[in-house]
Design a binder for this molecule. Structure first.
Ligand code: C2E
Ligand code: MG
Ligand code: MG
Ligand code: MG
Length: 275
C-alpha cells in the first residue's frame, strides 16, 4: 500500500511540476512576444517628501496585459523572467523607456526623479553601466534624475565586482537605492562599503503600522540607521493616514503608497501633477 501510494504521489508531483514547467515556458514565450510587439508599459508611482508633501519623483513599475492571460502582475512574471533570462532584454526596455520619459519630464527646469528597478541578472551584464551612461547622454538627461532600485541579492553575489559597478554608477552621478530593505539575506556591512543613497523600507514592515509593536520598532530602527549613516529613507506601501503620521513623527524622509497614489500611466501622471 505504501509503495502504491508513494508511486501515485510521485506521479502527482511530477504532473504538478510539468504544469509548472509548461506554464513557465508559455509565460516566457508570451513575454518574448510582448517585447517584440511592444506590449509592455511603464506606470509611475509618486514618491512624496513627508515633511512638505512635495512630489519628489516617481518609481517606474512594469505593466503587462497579455491577450490570453489578461493583466499579469510583475510579482508573477518578473521571477519567471529572471529564471529564463528574458529579464535582460525586458530590463533594457525598461531602462530605455524610463530614461526617455525622465528626459521629457525634466525639461524646462522641472525636477522629477525617476526610480528604476534593476534585476540581479541585468546588473551583472558586462555593459550595464555603459548602456546607462549612453542612454543618459543620448537623451541629454542629468544622471541625478535617475535612481536605481537594487535588491540586496545584487550585493551578495560577487561583492567585489558589484562594488566596482556601484562605484562607477555613483561616479556617473546616478542615485542608488536599496529596495525592500530588511527582507534580504545580506549583512549590514555593505551599507558602509557601497555608495548607497537611499533605503526603501519594505511594505511588509509598514503594513501593520502603527499598532504592531514589532513592526513599529523595526521601522523606527531602520529610519535611525539611515539617519546615522546619512542615507535617505523612504517607506513603501503607505496606505493610511495613521501610517503616514507615524512615519512623519519618526522623521522618515519620503513615502510612497496608495494613500497618495498608485502607479498611473505617464499620461495620467502628467494630467495630475504636471499640468
Ligand atoms: P517593488 O519594487 O518593491 O515595488 C513596489 C510594489 O508595491 C509595486 O507593485 C507597487 O504597485 C506596490 N505598491 C505601492 N504602494 C502600495 C500600497 O500602498 N499598497 C500595496 N498593497 N501595494 C503598493 P508592482 O507594481 O506589482 O511590482 C511588484 C514588484 O515587481 C516590484 O516591487 C519589483 O520588485 C518588481 N518590478 C516591477 N517593475 C519592475 C521592473 O521594471 N523591473 C524589475 N526588475 N522589477 C520590477
Ligand atoms: Mg522598487
Ligand atoms: Mg520596493
Ligand atoms: Mg517591496
Amino acid at each position: 500500500y505504501v509503495k502504491e501510494r508513494g508511486r501515485s504521489d510521485f506521479r502527482f508531483y511530477q504532473r504538478q511540476m510539468n504544469i509548472g514547467l509548461l506554464s513557465r515556458m508559455k509565460m516566457d514565450h508570451a513575454m518574448r512576444q510582448a517585447l517584440e510587439h511592444n506590449l509592455f508599459r511603464l506606470h509611475y508611482q509618486p514618491q512624496i517628501e513627508l515633511k512638505t508633501g512635495r512630489l519628489l519623483g516617481v518609481e517606474a513599475l512594469l505593466r503587462w496585459t497579455d491577450k490570453d492571460l489578461g493583466e499579469v502582475s510583475p510579482a508573477q512574471f518578473i521571477p519567471i523572467a529572471e529564471e529564463s533570462g528574458v529579464i535582460v532584454p525586458i530590463g533594457n526596455w525598461v531602462m530605455q523607456t524610463a530614461i526617455r520619459q525622465a528626459a521629457l519630464w525634466n525639461k524646462d527646469g522641472k525636477q522629477i526623479r525617476v526610480a528604476i528597478n534593476v534585476s540581479a541578472l541585468q546588473f551583472q551584464q558586462s555593459n550595464f553601466v555603459e548602456s546607462i551612461a549612453l542612454a543618459l547622454q543620448e537623451n541629454d538627461l542629468k544622471p541625478e534624475c535617475i535612481e536605481l532600485e537594487l535588491t540586496e541579492s545584487i550585493l551578495i553575489r560577487d561583492a567585489e565586482e558589484a562594488l566596482k559597478r556601484l562605484q562607477s554608477l555613483a561616479d556617473l552621478g546616478v542615485k542608488l537605492a536599496i529596495d525592500d530593505f530588511g527582507t534580504g539575506y545580506s549583512s549590514l556591512s555593505y551599507l558602509k562599503r557601497f555608495p548607497i543613497y537611499k533605503l526603501k523600507i519594505d511594505r511588509s514592515f509598514v503594513d501593520a503600522l502603527p499598532s504592531d509593536e514589532s513592526d513599529a520598532a523595526i521601522v523606527t530602527a531602520i529610519i535611525h540607521l539611515a539617519q546615522a549613516l546619512k542615507l535617505r529613507v523612504l517607506a513603501e506601501g503607505v496606505e493610511t493616514i495613521e501610517q503616514r503620521d507615524f512615519l512623519q513623527k519618526m522623521l522618515c524622509d519620503e513615502m510612497q503608497g496608495y494613500l497618495f497614489s498608485p502607479a498611473v500611466s505617464a499620461e495620467e501622471f502628467e494630467k495630475r501633477y504636471l499640468s
